[in-house]
Design a binder for this molecule. Structure first.
Ligand SMILES: [Zn+2]
Length: 200
């Protein structure tokens, strides 16, 4: 297929691959549907911000949200955020380790799987109409791992790997599930144990 396209393409001053363009539009559409910010789309495709804005408008019937990308790594360390980040990253890591899916497509596929989890559906923030971990945050998280700012650390109590800052001491690390913050413990004490897992 790509050979056919190549053969037909006439070398002009500035050749632009129709196939690449189509793939970029498909990729951008998938990310827009998952709620990606414009900056993410610009980083992952060769499409102009004008075309991306139009695409966003066609899909969501509104302009894309403006503002900076969330650069904080600390955000992923809070209780719910850490559990959701860990869930997403575990899916992502499994995909890139055991399947052919790589790059941003792996982020898209992992995020789609993340959204299908019951815990994620239950924790959906109705006010912001967003899951705990937005697509843009998930995409940033993968970037943080790639730039060596974050890692997976194994909890010394439950033996499960959780998202942590890089250089978290592996010896004696205790995860947020084994040692939840006091406010969460107080909240959980008021609830029946059966609903414990329904809260994140
Ligand atoms: Zn633990």
């Amino acid at each position: 297929m790509s050979e056919k396209v190549k053969a037909k393409a006439k070398p002009k001053a500035k050749p632009k691959s129709v196939l690449k363009d189509g793939m970029d539009i498909s990729l951008a559409s998938q990310m827009i549907q998952l709620g990606a910010r414009l900056q993410v789309l610009e980083a992952e495709t060769d499409l102009s911000s004008d075309r991306l804005s139009r695409l966003y408008h066609e899909i969501h019937h509104r302009s894309p949200p403006k503002g900076m990308l969330p650069y904080s790594t600390d955000w992923f360390m809070s209780f719910y955020q850490n559990i959701h980040a860990t869930l997403f990253y575990s899916i992502y890591f499994n995909l890139v380790s055991h399947t052919e899916t790589q790059g941003v497509q792996a982020v898209i596929d992992a995020y789609t799987l993340y959204l299908e989890h019951d815990e994620v559906k239950r924790a959906w923030d109705e006010q912001s109409n967003e899951p705990v971990l937005s697509f843009t945050r998930a995409w940033m998280l993968v970037r943080f791992f790639k730039s060596d700012l974050m890692q997976m650390s194994t909890c010394s109590q439950c033996n499960t790997a959780f998202v942590t800052h890089k250089h978290e001491l592996e010896n004696g690390f205790v995860c947020v599930m084994c040692k939840p913050p006091a406010r969460i413990v107080g909240m959980l004490n008021k609830q029946a144990t059966t609903s414990y897992y329904g809260k994140f």
